[in-house]
Design a protein around this ligand. Structure first.
Ligand code: AHR
Length: 508
């Protein structure tokens, strides 16, 4: 019999709703980087290729994750990309040096491959325009190319390229991480905001109803944080729908308890940015505050030195689809990924879009090798949440044990979120304790929890356990039976170092 923590109690109230969960919080990033596109979703020579050149094994696995908003084509890549290179007859598309990742871009996959793929997969396209080396006119022309009807110059160009009907892309990113010195065309916050406003105005000449996302401070550790976001919010003013945030969890200290508290840092980042958005709204008398598009998030540290080394070699370019940042994720990474998702759910009123970066091979839930596919630990995390996302996020005021960390202060032993759907309550719980089981008592005011639906647990033999090509089932979700319902409340026993996703069907 192992150790047991003091119980955590979670009293939920169906009337205490944070907000509806925007499905777009379960988005992804498909960047022209490394082997995300090529040898990832697109590989015409693969035994799995469909008639479009896409890998059916990869797409089938991505379908299980039910991605919503898919951001494309970058990432850093977009800041040097001319979208015109990626449309038209394939044999006439130029092969170019991609200056962001210092490799060769064949342009065999572009806008007219991405958008039909979104339609086939049921993804909501979220396209980024180049505000590094690109202009407002380039951005407007791209919006015209995808959104103007047949009979216009842009619509007819698209038609000649094989697509008559407009795609209707509604969500647009105004550049990427323009606060980062690594970004092509990096500049200061005022100049970026000028570019972003100009581009948004030009894009809205073509499609007045699009929603736009401006680059906020992309990393709380940058010296320009948070002043960058403040300037963008103040100088953009009316018409900014979302402020973009990014975050990659690092774990250089090899202290699992510290690392597992990372979600508390995500909470702080969201709350600080939401406050800046609201204060800017009040200062400028805007109708509505910008909300948050957390459009890159994940764990990324094991392969970070490789990236820095590549960025430090300005003269060296290397081949097509190189193996870039193919992070191998372990159990503790999967639980930190869960900490991002619980935080997004708890902040459902402000976080309306979020994108797991990335979708295949590059810091991704899936790895390909030849025609084989490996499912990584974070795949299970994402699926466990994504399959239970429909509904309202309920306010979580739990009482339970906590521990102290150097980086994040006080961290609850059990990290929680709850979604009330039309027919069921879903509870997500991460036990951050390495050795002790966490008892969790859940009640829903005015409702009776007396039925148990599909429940899953994700755990493994130790924090660094991971799936490998030789042993691919070490960390994966399994049915969870460690719970019961008595007198209208539920009692769960969350195993050490695990994520539990529990569903309680409700009587109509
Ligand atoms: O996702 C990998 C890279 O991380 C993206 O291209 C960039 O936006 C971020 O720095």
């Amino acid at each position: 019999m192992g150790a047991t923590l003091t119980p955590t109690t979670l009293e939920l109230d169906a009337g205490d709703v944070v907000a509806d969960v925007d499905p777009r919080v379960f988005g992804g990033l498909l960047e022209h980087m490394g082997r995300c596109v090529y040898e990832g979703v697109y590989e015409p020579t693969s035994a799995h290729a469909d008639e479009h050149g896409c890998r059916t094994d990869v797409l089938d696995a991505l379908r299980e994750l039910s991605f919503t908003a898919v951001r494309y084509p970058g990432g850093n890549f977009v800041s040097g990309y001319d979208w015109r290179d990626g449309v038209g007859p394939r044999d006439q598309r130029p092969e170019r040096l991609d200056r962001a990742w210092r490799c060769t871009e064949s342009n065999q996959f572009g806008t007219d491959e991405f958008l039909p793929l979104c339609e086939r997969m049921g993804w909501t396209p979220m396209m980024a325009v180049n505000l590094g080396t690109g202009t407002a006119d380039d951005a407007r022309d791209l919006v015209g190319y995808v959104n103007e009807p047949a009979g216009t110059h842009a619509g007819d160009w698209r038609g000649r390229n094989g697509r008559a009907a407009a795609y209707g892309v509604d969500l647009w990113c105004l550049g990427n991480e323009m606060d980062g010195p690594w970004q092509l065309g990096h500049t200061d916050a005022s100049e970026y905001t000028r570019r972003a406003r100009e581009a948004a105005a030009a894009m809205r000449e073509v499609s007045p109803d699009i929603e736009v996302v401006a680059c906020g401070s992309s990393d709380p550790n940058l010296p320009s944080h948070p002043a960058w976001s403040l300037t963008v919010l103040d100088e953009f003013g009316e018409g900014l729908d979302y402020l973009s945030l990014h975050r990659y969890a690092r774990n250089f200290g090899r202290r699992p308890r510290e690392y597992l508290g990372f979600g508390v840092g995500v909470d702080a980042q969201i709350e600080e940015s939401a406050r800046l958005c609201e204060e800017a709204r009040a200062r400028h008398g805007l109708d509505r505050a910008a909300r948050i598009s957390f459009d890159e998030w994940n764990v990324w540290y094991k392969t970070a030195p490789q990236t820095l080394a590549r960025m430090a070699l300005p003269a060296r370019f290397g081949g097509r689809a190189p193996h870039l940042i193919e992070e191998v994720f372990n159990l503790e990474d999967a639980l930190v990924a869960a900490g991002f998702l619980t935080s997004f759910l708890r902040h459902a009123d402000v976080v309306r879009v979020a994108n797991l970066a990335q979708m295949v091979n590059v810091i991704a839930p899936l790895l390909t090798k030849g025609d084989d596919l490996l499912v990584q630990s974070i795949f299970h995390t994402f699926r466990m949440f994504s399959s239970r996302r429909a509904g309202d996020s309920l306010r979580v005021t739990a009482v339970g044990p906590a521990y102290e960390t150097r980086r994040f202060g006080t961290v609850p032993e059990v990290d929680l979120a709850a979604v009330l759907g039309p027919e069921a309550l879903h509870v997500f719980a991460v036990n951050r304790n390495l050795t002790a089981t966490a008892p969790l008592e859940v009640g829903l005011a005015g409702r009776s929890l007396d039925r148990i639906g599909p429940c899953e647990v994700l755990t493994g033999p130790h924090p660094r356990a991971r799936n490998t090509w030789d042993d691919p089932h070490v960390v994966e979700a399994a049915p969870f039976a460690g719970l019961s319902c008595t007198a209208g409340s539920a009692e769960l026993h969350i195993p050490p170092l695990s994520l539990v996703a529990a569903t309680f069907p409700l009587a109509g």
